[in-house]
Design a protein around this ligand. Structure first.
Ligand SMILES: C[S@@+](CC[C@H](N)C(=O)[O-])C[C@H]1O[C@@H](n2cnc3c(N)ncnc32)[C@H](O)[C@@H]1O
Length: 426
C-alpha cells in the first residue's frame, strides 16, 4: 500500500501539470484504494499545499538556491511536508521521518532530511514573517492591485488560505418546513442558504436524495436574487434564458422562483449533470444543448442571464489549483464579448441582460460592460445592488464586484462580478 503522503505528492505533481484537483484524484489508482480517513488526509495535504504555494516556495528558496525541476518528485514531497509542518501543525518528527522514508525510493533522503530539519528549526520565524499575500499569483494580483487597497488584498489572501464553507440552497417550498440549521448543523447566512463546515460526503446529508436542496455558493446565487428583485412579483409571466447553465445552480433558483426558464448549455457532458440534478430536485426547464453563439431564437426574452465561461479567478479558495497554473484569458475575453453582443439582440425592450463571471479580473468583468455600453447605446447599467452591499462594492460603472474578504465574519465568499444591463426602449 502506498503511503498517503506519497499519493498526495503524486496528486500535487499532476495538478502542477495542469490537471484539476478532482481529476487528479480520480485518475490516481493508489488514491482509490485508500479508506475514507486517508482520502480526507490526501485532500487536506494537497489543498493546503496549493493554498499556501507562494509561502511554501518562499520557505524552500531559503535552502534550495536553484528551483527544483518540475518533473522531480521530491519537489512535491517537500511542498506537502512544509504544508504539514508550518500550516497544519503536524508533529515535526513524524513528518520529517515519513518524508525521508519516501525519499529513499528516489535516492534523495539526505537532501530531504537536511531541508526539512532546517525548516523545523526556523518554523516560528517562517510562520510569522512570510505573508499570505504571496499565495495570490501575479497574473491575478497585478489586476486586483489596480482597484483594491493593500489591506483588502491582504484580507483576501488570508481568506483564501482557509478551508471554504459549503453553502446549501434550500428549495422555497421546503424552506419553512424544517429547522434546517439543526438538520444540516449549519447557520442561515442569506435568503434560503444554510452554511455548513466542509463535508466530504455531501450526498449523505439529510434530504439530499429527496431533492430538497442543492449546493451553491452565496456569490453564485446573487445574480438570480437580483433578477427576482428586478421583476418583483411578476416572475410567473417572465421568460429568462439562462446561458451557460450547467451544472444548474442558477436555473434551479430561477425555476424555483417561478420564472419561465430556458437553459442553454454547449457541453453534452455538463448537460447530463444538469439533467440528473434537475431529476433529483424534481424541477423542470426547457433544455437546449447548443452553442449560444450559433443558435437562432424565434422569441425574445424578458431577461438573459449570462454566466460566462471565465478564468474562475474568484474561486481561488474553492479551487486552489488555479493558484499554481496560469490561465490565458484572451480567448475567454473574446467569447464573453460575443455572448454579450448576441444577448443584446435577443432581449426584449425594457428587458435585462444580467452578465456575471466568477472572476474578479477587470478584463472579464467591468471592462466587458464598459466596452459593451460604448457600442450599445440603447443599453444602460443599473445599480440594483443595495440589498447585497455586505458582499462587495458597487463599481464606477454601476456594476458589482463581490470580494472574498467581504462577509468575512461569517466565513467569506467567492470573488464574483455582476452587471445588470437594461435595454431602454428606443
Ligand atoms: C460558469 S459555468 C456556468 C455555471 C452555471 N450557470 C451554474 O450556475 O451552475 C459556464 C458554462 O458555460 C458553458 N458555455 C461555454 N460556452 C458556451 C456557449 N457558447 N454556449 C452555451 N454554453 C456555453 C460552459 O460549458 C459552462 O458550463
Amino acid at each position: 500500500m502506498v503511503d498517503s503522503r506519497e499519493i498526495s505528492s503524486q496528486v500535487l505533481s499532476d495538478i502542477f501539470y495542469g490537471k484539476s484537483f478532482d481529476r487528479a484524484l480520480l485518475l490516481n489508482k493508489e488514491y482509490s484504494k485508500l479508506d475514507q480517513r486517508d482520502k480526507s488526509l490526501v485532500s487536506l495535504l494537497v489543498l493546503t499545499s496549493l493554498r499556501r504555494n507562494g509561502q511554501i516556495d518562499n520557505v524552500l528558496s531559503h535552502f534550495i538556491k536553484k528551483p527544483l525541476k518540475k518533473n522531480f518528485f521530491i519537489r512535491y514531497l517537500l511542498k506537502i511536508s512544509v504544508a504539514q509542518i508550518l500550516y497544519l501543525d503536524f508533529p515535526e518528527y513524524s513528518t520529517v521521518h515519513n518524508a525521508v522514508e519516501i525519499s529513499k525510493k528516489y535516492k534523495s533522503e539526505k537532501f530531504t532530511n537536511a531541508i526539512l530539519r532546517n525548516i523545523c528549526k526556523n518554523k516560528k520565524k517562517f510562520i510569522k514573517e512570510i505573508p499570505a499575500i504571496i499565495n495570490i499569483p501575479d497574473w491575478i494580483k497585478k489586476d486586483l492591485e489596480k482597484f483594491l487597497e493593500a489591506k483588502d488584498l491582504l484580507e483576501i489572501a488570508n481568506q483564501i488560505s482557509l478551508e471554504p464553507y459549503i453553502d446549501i440552497n434550500i428549495k422555497n417550498e421546503n424552506f419553512n418546513q424544517y429547522n434546517w440549521e439543526k438538520i444540516l448543523k449549519g447557520k442561515k447566512v442569506f435568503e434560503n442558504i444554510i452554511r455548513i463546515k466542509n463535508k466530504s460526503n455531501i450526498e449523505d446529508l439529510p434530504f439530499f436524495q429527496d431533492g430538497k436542496w442543492w449546493v451553491q455558493g452565496i456569490s453564485s446565487s446573487l445574480p438570480v436574487f437580483l433578477i427576482k428583485k428586478i421583476f418583483k412579483k411578476n416572475s410567473k409571466n417572465k421568460t429568462v434564458l439562462d446561458v451557460g447553465s450547467a451544472p444548474g445552480g442558477k436555473s434551479f433558483q430561477l425555476i424555483d422562483f417561478g420564472f419561465k426558464v430556458s437553459s442553454i448549455e454547449i457541453s453534452k457532458k455538463r448537460i447530463a449533470t444538469l439533467n440528473s440534478n434537475l431529476e433529483r430536485l424534481k424541477l423542470n426547464t426547457k433544455i437546449i444543448n447548443e452553442d449560444f453563439l450559433n443558435i437562432d431564437f424565434k422569441e425574445k426574452f424578458d431577461c438573459i442571464l449570462i454566466d460566462a465561461p471565465c478564468s474562475g479567478s474568484g474561486l481561488m479558495q474553492k479551487k486552489p489549483e488555479m493558484l499554481v497554473v496560469k490561465k490565458d484569458i484572451s480567448s475567454l475575453v473574446k467569447k464573453q464579448k460575443k455572448m454579450l453582443l448576441k444577448a443584446a439582440n435577443l432581449v426584449k425592450d425594457g428587458g435585462y441582460i444580467i452578465y456575471c463571471v466568477c472572476s474578479m479580473l477587470s478584463a472579464e468583468g467591468e471592462n466587458q460592460i464598459i466596452s459593451f455600453l460604448n457600442n450599445q447605446k440603447c443599453f444602460s447599467s443599473k445599480n440594483h445592488f443595495t440589498d447585497i452591499l455586505e458582499f462587495g462594492e458597487v463599481l464606477k460603472s454601476n456594476t458589482f464586484l463581490v470580494t472574498p474578504n467581504s462577509f468575512q465574519k461569517k466565513g467569506g465568499v467567492d470573488g464574483f462580478f455582476i452587471g445588470c444591463l437594461i435595454k431602454n426602449p428606443n
